[in-house]
Design a protein around this ligand. Structure first.
Ligand code: ZN
Ligand code: ZN
Ligand code: FE
Length: 761
């Protein structure tokens, strides 16, 4: 027997720490009769395995086949080593300095085993909302420092009872080294507080909160990444109250459903969408709402989609089970503010919004909003990458020469730290306009720098001088700061995600981004490398009368399109949009446009969605950022096949896409009484055809290159699908996946470009 023994050293790279990987390896080794050790090291996990060849081989196969649900294996390497005598298999402690480069894992949705215990009346964790194990539970949001060990988490304050300690120390147990391990005897506890923060006497805070929700009240509950505001999603009156108190007009709310069956009653789900909904990251998934969804229409007014998510903490499961109906789960904040995550802060900021608070004494160290995803062109695309994904590193094709901090944009901000072989996108911070959000931006950067033990030498930022993130970047003492053009960063983020080193043809469509000429870009076709780009094509600029006033007052954009198309003599009489605009205001804006006063030009495709959407839907105002553009997208009839004419001015450098013929045709269709769904379908078809046309023109100049589609406009599934369909199979077309196409993914591209530019210095 001794003579047949062989040895293997197996190195596994990826997200394999803090996800129950070592106990799982231990169990596998025991099953296959393999001796040896497993340990965490600074890049992942190393196994030394000894046994007869067939056992080793079947052990290796199982390692690759069925890893724990939250683990991500990027690489698995095995080499022969001389056999050593071992009594069985052991989990060995990592030496000091290990885990340096291995980030803290993301927060993991509660696993089936833990859930079964929570709902088992005979279990000691029956109805215990803080149940977790190595395969599930909070991670990133409770971590205070690295290495990710209990004393460095917000669980440090709780001493494990003997029963929990036994689990924690037993290598064969599901809770072996589960850092947040706890039970009712030793762990955190829930409390119910009244609207004024006064403690409510109740033996079961969950039941108490559930009853309040059934009675139509608003409950603030502390979850994994912060506070949610919850209310009955089937009750119009509860929703009206929530909208009023939260000062949120029409922006859609996400809805938490109890299970997949309840999700199916609310929305239509494909097999892949079901998988995304139930994934361990538990994002909000945007789905096609059923007509008879049972949800109150106020959840998402005039919106055919609904954002659903499944419970991801035991507390959610208990609450949803007690309430029995879908619940709105929206960030605990006033509109535009960051999510509240500390008890005292929540009581203060959500005072006047919530009727009842469900709080607990497990502190949240790092706030993390829910992530949002949607299927686009048959693949999942993450629109907001936060809880569940952050801080999982994104591997990059070429290691960073020096540590890079990229600070992102102004809206939907997320920053990024590039270090070694990985980029670490930070959590969703939000819109940096407010001081509270700006503070949380600074704190989040400081925290991730600490977690990664890094002092960035290169700091990358947008070219926009007025972005708060730009000012922050320029105020840092860095070896080097690098300004990166907005759309170049978008393209570079898509390149990074797909390991493309360039050059590529980048189609970057969004609302706005500062161009190298100081104007607002956003309808761009770039020939891009990681260290530079050439602007091959753009879209004819629209004048934004009153600047930012036109972003909300989208009728101004509609008027600008008409003035441009009809050269000062637009047929406003046939367009109902202008009925609601006072004549005096109309006059002022027409003057501004005619004199080009306070009416900066903007090339963004998003602005065409605003303007044409306003025109056809007769919606003068966006009540939240991009509302009319979104409605214009979602109203489209996907079965419509016709398209409008357009022109490309090829003689110009860059080439210019001119949509004035489209504007004329749209006006004629409106005058002819064609439905908005038809016109929007034709608009999308036109834009897709024109984009494919521009891309082909570009390719004919530069030869066959990969094509990436990026920028916020490619959250528009119809546009993305139509553009892709017109280019495939002649071109290799790449869309985003785990990195947001919008400004939430910008920082990754900034980091890549800044690294490439400073590499040779
Ligand atoms: Zn578990
Ligand atoms: Zn305990
Ligand atoms: Fe953008």
């Amino acid at each position: 027997m001794q003579g047949e023994c062989e040895g293997r050293r197996i190195q596994i790279l990826g997200t394999v720490q803090g996800v129950g990987f070592r106990p799982w390896v231990f169990r596998l080794a025991c099953e296959h009769g393999v001796a040896g050790i497993v340990r965490n090291d600074d890049r992942g996990v190393t196994i030394e395995a000894f046994g007869p060849r067939p056992s080793l081989e079947s052990f290796l196969r199982s390692l690759a086949d069925q890893p724990p649900i939250a683990a991500r294996i990027h690489d698995l390497r095995s080499q022969s080593i001389p056999p050593e005598p071992h009594d069985g298999f052991a989990i060995v402690e990592s030496g000091s300095g290990a885990e340096r480069r291995v980030s803290i894992p993301p927060d993991l949705a509660v696993c089936g085993d833990c859930l079964a215990e929570v709902f088992d009346p005979s279990n000691r964790r029956y109805r215990y909302p803080f149940t977790n194990c190595t395969a599930c539970g909070p991670r990133f949001t409770i971590a205070r420092d690295i290495p990710y060990d209990r004393p460095a988490t917000t669980m440090a304050a709780f001493r494990m009872c003997p029963a929990c300690r036994l689990e924690y120390e037993d290598a064969a147990d599901r809770r072996f080294h589960a850092q947040p391990n706890a039970c009712p005897a030793c762990g955190p506890h829930l409390r119910a507080l009244g609207a004024g923060g006064e403690p409510l006497a109740t033996s079961d805070p969950v039941t108490r909160a559930a009853q309040a929700l059934i009675d139509g009240r608003i409950v603030a509950l502390k979850g994994i990444g912060g506070f949610h505001l919850a209310c009955d999603a089937t009750s119009s009156s509860a929703l009206a109250m929530l909208r009023e108190r939260k000062r949120r007009d029409e922006k859609p709310f996400a809805v938490m459903v109890r299970d997949v069956a309840q999700a199916e009653r609310v929305a239509r789900l494909s097999e892949e969408e079901r998988r995304l909904l139930t994934s361990v990251e538990r994002p909000i998934v945007l789905l096609e709402r059923r007509r008879a969804s049972g949800l109150a229409p106020e959840v998402a007014p005039d919106n055919p989609l609904v954002g659903l998510l499944l419970p991801y903490s035991p507390l959610h499961h208990l609450l949803l089970a007690d309430v029995g109906r879908p619940l709105v789960m929206t960030s605990g904040n006033l509109s535009e503010e960051p999510i509240a995550y500390r008890d005292a802060e929540a009581l203060e900021r959500l005072n006047g919004i919530a009727d009842l608070f469900l709080v607990h004494d497990r502190e949240i160290e790092t706030p993390c909003d829910d992530s949002v995803a949607r299927f686009v062109a048959g693949s999942p695309v993450v629109f907001r990458r936060s809880r569940g994904y952050v801080p999982r590193p994104l591997p990059v094709a070429r290691p960073f020469a020096r540590p890079v901090l990229a600070v992102g944009g102004q809206l939907k901000n997320a920053f990024c730290i590039g270090l070694g072989e990985a980029a670490h996108l930070g959590p969703h911070v939000g819109d940096l306009d407010g001081l509270t959000t700006y503070r949380s931006f600074e704190q989040a950067i400081a925290r991730l720098e600490r977690f990664l033990r890094v002092r960035p030498e290169v700091v990358a930022h947008d070219l926009h001088p007025d972005y708060a993130s730009t000012r922050y970047a320029l105020g840092r003492d860095a070896v080097r700061t690098v300004g990166v053009q907005h759309h170049h960063a978008h393209v570079a983020s898509a390149m990074a995600e797909h390991g493309l080193v360039g050059p590529v043809i980048g189609v970057a469509f969004d609302g706005t981004g500062y161009g190298t000429d100081g104007t607002s870009w956003g309808g761009e076709i770039l020939l891009a490398r990681d260290d530079g780009f050439e602007r091959l094509a753009t879209t004819r600029a629209i004048r934004l009368a009153g600047g930012d006033a036109a972003i909300r007052g989208v009728w101004r954009i509609a008027l600008a399109l008409l003035e441009d198309t009809y050269e000062g003599d637009p047929p406003l009489g046939v367009l109902p949009l202008f009925d609601s605009i006072p004549a005096a205001q109309l006059d002022v804006v027409r003057q501004m446009l005619a004199r080009r006063m306070l009416a900066p030009p903007a090339h963004g495709i998003g602005r065409y969605f605003d303007g044409i959407g306003a025109l056809v839907l007769a919606r003068p105002v966006s009540r939240f950022e991009g509302q009319v553009a979104l409605q214009w997208n979602l109203v489209a009839d996907p079965l419509e096949t016709a398209a409008y004419p357009y022109q490309i001015h090829r003689g110009e450098r860059p080439m210019v896409l001119d949509l004035r013929l489209l504007v004329r045709a749209v006006v004629e269709d409106v005058a002819a009484g064609r439905p908005a769904s038809t016109i929007s379908g034709r608009f999308h078809n036109t834009l897709a055809a024109a984009t494919a046309d521009l891309v082909r023109q570009a390719l004919s100049q530069v030869g066959r290159l990969p094509v990436v589609l990026t920028g916020g406009c490619f959250q528009n599934a119809l546009l993305a699908e139509r553009v892709r369909a017109r280019l495939v199979p002649q071109c290799d077309v790449y869309l985003h996946g785990e990195v947001p196409p919008g400004d939430g993914g910008l920082a990754l591209g900034q980091a890549m470009v800044a690294d490439a530019i400073t590499r040779e210095e």
